[in-house]
Design a protein around this ligand. Structure first.
Ligand SMILES: Cc1cc2nc3c(=O)[nH]c(=O)nc-3n(C[C@H](O)[C@H](O)[C@H](O)COP(=O)(O)O)c2cc1C
Length: 209
């Protein structure tokens, strides 16, 4: 028997269905208490060995934001050059980050050398630390959406350059650059689907052995 009602289960599914990767933000600020409430979901997240390897840098200064934006623009131009024909034409029209407008921007790293958790679970697969960070981000994303906030994950970046520019330790690896703010619109359909880039699968591929 579940502690959660059928109504809650349906609402949770709706939350997942209406969570979006957001690139179009209004510029009005996000209340600090609300942001903290959403970020506190990191404390609830699973992590390998309870290592909690997430490290968060909030980009507030002009130079930090400018370095990240320049990094994105350079890598986005490089990515475009990898496509030809129709796909190139479509790619050039996509908006792939809200870094110009999002009021809150976070670079989320994984501490690859954390001693927390005493190495439990990472002896054969150290990448589990990074997966822990991804899991925590997914929870944050849903909580933000539950409050009406939009989150956009930017991965079109040179991680080494960002690590240098933000002066973070070399053993922190970049997992996500998140743009956070109030979305201009809401939708139950991914923007990449609306723009004709890709569609969601209708079925889940599961094989048996
Ligand atoms: C690991 C990861 C990296 C992503 N990187 C980018 C990115 O650099 N730019 C972008 O516009 N969207 C990025 N996205 C968002 C995906 O394009 C988006 O999740 C997908 O199209 C499905 O849309 P939805 O999140 O609205 O359901 C990323 C998503 C994930 C999970």
């Amino acid at each position: 028997m579940s502690d959660f009602t059928q109504d809650f289960q349906n609402t949770l599914r709706d939350l997942m269905r209406w969570r979006r990767d957001v690139r179009h933000f209004r510029t009005d600020p996000v209340d600090e208490a609300l942001l903290t409430q959403c970020l506190n979901t990191f404390h609830l997240a699973p992590s390998v060995g309870l290592s909690e390897p997430w490290r968060i840098i909030r980009l507030e200064s002009g130079p930090a934001r400018a370095a990240a934006l320049a990094n994105f623009k350079a890598e986005n131009t490089r990515a475009l050059s990898g496509y030809d024909g129709e796909k190139a034409a479509l790619y050039s029209k996509l908006k792939l980050s809200g870094m110009q407008d999002a009021p809150v921007q976070l670079a989320i790293f994984c501490d690859e050398e954390t001693q927390k958790g005493a190495g439990l679970g990472v002896a054969t697969m150290p990448e589990m630390r990074r997966y822990s960070v991804v899991g925590a981000i997914a929870q944050f994303w849903l909580m933000a959406r539950a409050h009406g906030l939009g989150v956009g994950w930017v991965s079109i970046l040179d991680p080494m350059a960002l690590t240098r520019d933000l002066e973070v330790p070399q053993h922190w690896s970049l997992v996500a650059y998140l743009c956070i703010g109030w979305p201009e619109t809401t939708s139950d359909t991914p923007e990449l689907e609306l723009t004709g880039w890709e569609t969601r699968r209708a079925t889940l591929p599961i094989e048996t052995r």
